[in-house]
Design a protein around this ligand. Structure first.
Ligand code: C2E
Ligand code: CA
Length: 409
């Protein structure tokens, strides 16, 4: 892994390069500014995999540098570093992501070795979710063929109860096991499915394997709620609730053990039909969750008019909320809103111990995220559950001792 560090402050550069050396990364190049870094990148002499860039640099600031990275078609990873207000970092992160750059995260200066280690551990290639610098798009025909050939498979990510540690359910997340390109993530084929009328076929495939898997786990004594992502495009046929209910009954599992996660309710093409469908799903006792709350197109009015059971707070308002007042303000407001509306709350994107302690202390009901488990193939679930049992001793006892101590502080 070749890493490039860019910062105009020699001391900051030296410090960061030491931290990398301690973490065992040896192939690190240092640059004192954006121009030098661009010359290096453009020369193509050194294939850089990962860039750490300071935002505040006199000759070329981080925003300008991001613009140049887009221009030269840089496809590696990017980490933004700054001593400025955390909101500036987040804004530049959003900007870089909107440009389709592969942003691995942000770090506040002075960079702590623990946070640097966590970021690298979470995002680098040896982790379960491979680092994919090259984004390829796929033609609709190829996707159609993949669906027909059974190349779409489900990974499952656990949701755990924050008070007890009990694993209450899993979320099915689709992957494409591509014969040549390996495991492909949904951001590389979902929009093709939605735009070319393949999303119903994709959803049917995901549903069928998820319900079958739920049945297998139930037979093995594991009653896990199965959450399935539903696209807005799936909600235009009035008989969708009957279709799902039939499938669930055929799988021989209770309707109450299925939950549908819906995003982008603000983009309903036909709001009346969607409302009809969502309400009938609830009447059939299938649970409904509003996904990615806070980030996409959900309006407060829709939240009131649709009978959701659960609200998932988007990971941008969870990860780092314990250390950033503006993130935590949005997180707490979402939590309170859900509580007032009688909905269960799920914190997505719990990535480290800080996030875990923060969401537990906030009184949120459930959590999901890399700190607990990455999405995994069904076959790995039983082994992970045994590990989770072991980890709970540390995760629960220690923070309970802390909160007992805080009561008297
Ligand atoms: P989502 O519903 O918000 O799912 C959570 C995404 O966040 C997943 O990405 C998951 O791998 C990732 N994630 C989980 N924990 C963490 C964490 O701690 N940190 C970070 N940074 N990420 C975390 P994935 O699997 O790539 O899915 C992306 C999106 O694709 C999903 O977002 C969902 O909207 C959509 N999707 C996935 N499977 C399906 C499907 O079967 N049908 C439909 N319609 N959409 C799907
Ligand atoms: Ca989801």
């Amino acid at each position: 892994m070749k890493i490039l560090l860019i910062d105009d402050e020699p001391f900051a550069l030296k410090l960061l390069s030491r931290q990398f050396a301690t973490l065992g990364f040896e192939n690190v190049t240092l640059c004192g500014g954006g121009h030098d870094a661009l010359s290096l990148l453009e020369s193509g002499a050194d294939g850089i995999d990962l860039i750490f860039c300071d935002l505040q640099m006199p000759e070329m600031d981080g925003v300008e540098f991001v613009r140049h990275l887009v221009r030269i078609g840089y496809s590696g990873g990017l980490v933004l570093v700054s001593g400025e207000d955390g909101r500036i970092l987040q804004t530049v992160e959003r900007l870089a992501k909107a440009h389709q750059l592969h942003v691995l995260g942000t770090l506040q200066k002075p960079v702590s070795s623990v946070e640097l280690g966590q970021l690298l551990e979470c995002k680098l290639p040896n982790a379960a979710e491979p680092f994919q610098p090259v984004r390829k798009t796929y033609a609709p025909d190829e996707l159609l063929w993949a669906i027909a050939e059974g190349q779409l498979i489900n990974y499952y990510q656990p949701k755990v109860d924050l008070a007890s540690g009990v694993v209450t359910g899993v979320e099915a997340l689709v992957r494409w096991q591509h014969p040549d390109d390996g495991l492909i993530f949904p951001d590389q084929f979902l929009s093709t499915a939605e735009e070319h009328d393949l999303i119903d076929d994709l959803t049917k495939t995901v549903l069928a394997s998820a319900l079958y898997q739920a049945r297998l786990w139930r037979d093995a004594g594991l009653s896990l709620q199965m959450a399935i992502n539903i696209s807005m495009e799936n909600l235009d046929a009035l008989n969708f609730p009957d279709y799902i209910a039939r499938l669930v009954e055929k799988a021989g599992i209770p309707l109450t053990s299925v939950l549908l996660e819906v995003t982008e309710i603000g983009l309903m093409k036909n709001p009346l039909a969607s409302l009809d469908i969502l309400t009938r799903l609830r009447l059939k006792h299938i649970f409904l969750s509003i996904d990615d709350f806070g980030s996409r197109h959900a309006s407060l009015t829709q939240l009131r008019s649709i009978p959701f059971d659960e609200l998932k707070i988007n990971r941008t308002f969870v990860h780092g909320a314990g250390r950033d007042a503006s993130i935590s303000a949005i997180y707490m407001a979402s939590l309170e809103l859900a509580r007032q509306l009688g909905m269960k709350t799920v914190a997505e994107g719990v990535e480290d111990r800080h996030d875990w302690d923060f969401v537990r202390a906030s009184g949120c009901d459930l959590a999901q995220g890399y700190f607990i488990a990455k999405p995994m193939p069904a076959a790995d679930m039983i082994g992970w559950m045994a590990d989770w049992e072991d980890r709970q001793r540390d995760l629960f006892v220690y923070s309970d001792v802390l909160s007992a101590h805080n009561k008297w502080a």
